[in-house]
Design a binder for this molecule. Structure first.
Ligand code: NAG
Ligand code: NAG
Ligand code: NAG
Ligand code: NAG
Length: 355
């Protein structure tokens, strides 16, 4: 079934590609689908969090922008340099959830302190059970560097203390081999980029185009990309089919990264469907970032890495570890997701050629 790929709303635009799903693998999403093969549970299900009787707090913190650049010191946006704090109260054993003793009366809130190497970056009061509180900080206290900073967030609430960690990327100005920078705005989910024609100007909303490989020839690809640049169209550069080949990825990234209209990288197309190795997406992402201004060990580069998953519930955590942006395949309305007309079999959680 050829789905249409849609970049979800936070990315603010949308594009287009047809997929070849005609995989020769014996499984799809880890499931047998040929009628002569047995039903074998595929595993890889997303773990269902345990339920607690008592409240938990799942403190989270993250920089508002990834990455920061030296130019951001002068930003007039007062929350551009800030740390986003979430302090949800939950009864599920989600990531970083720990017990909290809630007062019977309404109280003042959490006193949050964000530090780097023990030095305070910012602090403030955050309401219990709130999300997206912004604590502004000054980039002047930090030096740009390739390696991300480890940030530590501590929340005090009467006699209780809670912790979370994150990383903050503050990269130097890009070298001449890098043609553009794309910042992820975690406050809104938007991508921020300067005009795609390479002539300079403020960061603007983006309209990416997503050519699907193979590209015929490099000459043909270059002609298309040159035209796109002139027309002010951004590029989502797709390495499906080659993303696990380090030599090929290195060649492609080094060829494309000087383009001013490069918006983001795209690695794997439905790697969960084809059951690519569980570490393939993160290995590829680290390599790409090491060639694109990052440290190659988890810090971001000058452009985010994206991928698309297909399966309903198959090793989601593992495959998304290699992605800053996870996209979905949007299938047509009316598509029958419980029956495969190609194989003439039902699709269930354990069997069939569906997601
Ligand atoms: C926390 O917020 C959620 C969502 O707004 C709400 O449903 C829930 O009742 C709140 N929990 C507490 C303990 O206040
Ligand atoms: C990997 O990519 C290189 C460079 O494009 C190519 O020469 C090589 O054949 C590829 N290897 C595999 C296993 O496809
Ligand atoms: C990736 O996983 C494979 C098993 O699928 C393993 O053989 C390989 O060593 C892993 N690579 C890294 C870099 O961890
Ligand atoms: C899907 O197809 C099967 C077999 O033709 C049919 O029984 C079922 O009702 C269909 N489901 C939907 C939602 O169309």
């Amino acid at each position: 079934m050829p789905p249409i790929e849609i970049i979800p709303r936070p990315l603010s635009l949308i594009l287009v590609g047809l997929l070849a799903v005609g995989s020769t693998a014996q499984t799809w999403c880890g499931k047998h689908y040929s009628p002569d093969l047995p039903v074998v549970p595929p595993g890889g299900n997303f773990p269902i969090p345990v339920r607690f009787d008592s409240p938990q707090i799942a403190l989270r913190c993250s920089p508002a922008i990834r990455p920061y650049l030296p130019e951001d010191v002068a930003s007039s946006d007062t929350t551009f340099a800030s740390i986003i704090i979430d302090a949800p109260i939950t009864y599920s054993g989600i990531s970083n959830a720990v017990p909290i003793k809630l007062p019977s009366t309404t109280s003042t809130g959490l006193e949050v302190r964000v530090t780097i190497d023990g030095k305070t970056l910012t602090r403030g009061t955050v309401k219990l059970n709130s999300t997206k509180t912004l604590l502004p900080f000054s980039l002047r206290n930090l030096q740009p560097r390739k390696t991300p900073y480890d940030i530590s967030c501590t929340a005090s609430f009467s006699t209780q203390t809670f912790h979370a960690t994150s990383s903050l990327s503050y990269l130097p100005n890009p070298p001449s081999t890098i043609g553009s920078v794309t910042k992820m705005d975690m406050r809104t989910g938007a991508l921020l980029a300067r005009p795609a024609n390479g002539k300079g100007g403020p960061y603007t909303p983006v309209f990416p185009v997503h050519p699907i490989p193979s590209f015929g020839s490099l000459t043909a690809l270059d002609l298309v990309l040159d035209e796109m640049q002139q027309a002010g169209l951004y590029l989502m550069y797709d390495m499906r089919g080659t993303y696990q080949n380090k030599t090929s990825v290195t060649e492609q990234v080094n060829r494309i990264k000087s383009r001013p209209n490069l918006l983001l990288w795209y690695t794997a197309d439905e790697p969960d469907g084809t059951t690519d190795p569980l570490n393939a997406t993160s290995i590829s992402s680290n390599l790409i970032k090491s060639l694109d201004g990052g440290d190659g060990k988890g810090g971001v580069g000058y452009h985010p890495v994206s991928l698309v998953l297909n399966c309903q519930d198959y090793f989601f955590n593992e495959y998304t570890r290699g992605a800053d942006i996870v996209m979905q395949d949007a299938y047509t309305i009316g598509n029958n997701a419980t029956f495969s007309t190609v194989w003439n079999t039902v699709c269930t959680k354990d069997f069939g050629d569906c997601g």
